[in-house]
Ligand binder design. Structure first.
Ligand code: IPM
Ligand code: MN
Length: 314
């Protein structure tokens, strides 16, 4: 936390219904802060599609430097119907994840009592696991390009890059998390070692190496396609999953629907290093057609605020 024990939170409401849910999350934050005697400062930032359409820039000069002075960021949502796909995602969400080296994407998958799941015969005791997704590498690296763009024989590359340092820090954090969670104490690596014989071989070997430091944690491996099947069939099997960025993106939407939908799912983009700036968000997206109706379930944002407080040491 910053000097004088003041918890500084930057609020980026973002697009569509993002500002509405962020406001609900901050109401809960303020109530908790009062009860717990937490001193805090908050500042709103108007980054998002509307600002981009007005000014032509997603993140203005100095934005990263200013955000770096905060302990945490609460992000409502990104995605605007009048802005081409990728501009806000890459220019805001991914830019912040990368700039602050938020190398953990933490996605708790918990079915709250009274919430409906599409899985027949499964309840809150069965759907309670956590996905730890690597958040800075893989196909998200932005490496690639076009060949003969716009011609009949054009081609494109989109490169997945994995580094030893990048997967090792994520895997080690996942082992620590599994130990602290202390539930089944089982960590499942989800990858595709039978096809991605370079990048996921690096993940596999790193997983085996780090596992030696955690003899109390049971290790397990699923190919990603099989994981999609078992997550539906036996969600109760999972405790903590650690996985690569792209596969993590996909399986966390699958997992999100098991917990009742994206209005319930929260995520943390965490830089666990001392002084790191982490960012917390509801996973539901900007849902632009509902803007202003106050109909979006704020529970995901409230859960994101809970994760923020936990990361801040409360
Ligand atoms: C998520 C989102 C993002 C991602 C998009 C909006 C870039 O789907 O946080 O899961 O792919 O990481
Ligand atoms: Mn996603």
């Amino acid at each position: 936390m910053s000097t004088n024990n003041i918890l500084r939170i930057a609020v980026i409401g973002g697009d569509g219904t993002g500002p509405e849910v962020a406001a609900e999350g901050m109401k809960v934050f303020k109530a908790v802060a009062k009860l717990e005697g937490i001193k805090y400062e908050t500042k709103d930032f108007d980054f998002g599609g509307n600002r981009y359409l007005r000014t032509g820039e997603v993140l203005p000069d100095g934005a990263i430097e200013e955000l770096a002075t905060f302990d945490a960021i609460l992000l409502g949502a990104v995605g605007h119907p009048d802005v081409a796909p990728g501009i806000l995602e890459k220019g805001l969400l991914l830019a912040l994840r990368f700039a602050f080296d938020q190398y953990i994407n933490l996605r708790p998958v918990k079915l709250y009592p009274g919430v409906e799941t599409p899985l027949a015969g499964k309840g809150p005791d069965d759907i309670d696991f956590v996905v730890v997704r690597e958040n800075t590498e893989d196909m998200y690296s932005g490496i690639g390009g076009f060949l003969k763009q716009g011609t009949a024989d054009e081609g494109a590359t989109q490169t997945a890059i994995y580094t030893r340092q990048g997967c090792e820090r994520c895997i080690r954090w996942a082992f620590e998390y599994t130990r602290k969670r202390n539930k089944r104490k089982r960590l499942t690596l989800v990858a595709k070692t039978n096809v991605l014989t370079f990048g996921h071989d690096l993940w596999w070997r790193t997983f085996q190496d780090v596992a030696k430091e955690y003899p109390d944690v049971e290790t397990d491996y699923n190919h990603v396609d099989a994981c999609c099947m078992w997550m539906i069939k036996n969600p109760e099997y999972y405790d903590v999953i650690v996985t690569t960025n792209m596969f993590g993106d996909i399986i966390t939407d699958l997992a999100g629907i098991l917990q009742g939908g994206m209005g319930v799912a929260a995520g943390g983009n965490i830089n666990p290093e001392p002084g790191g700036t982490s960012m917390f968000e509801p996973m539901g997206g900007s849902a632009p057609k509902y803007t202003g109706n106050n109909v979006i379930n704020p529970i995901a944002t409230i859960a994101a605020v809970a994760m923020l407080l936990e990361q801040a040491g409360y």
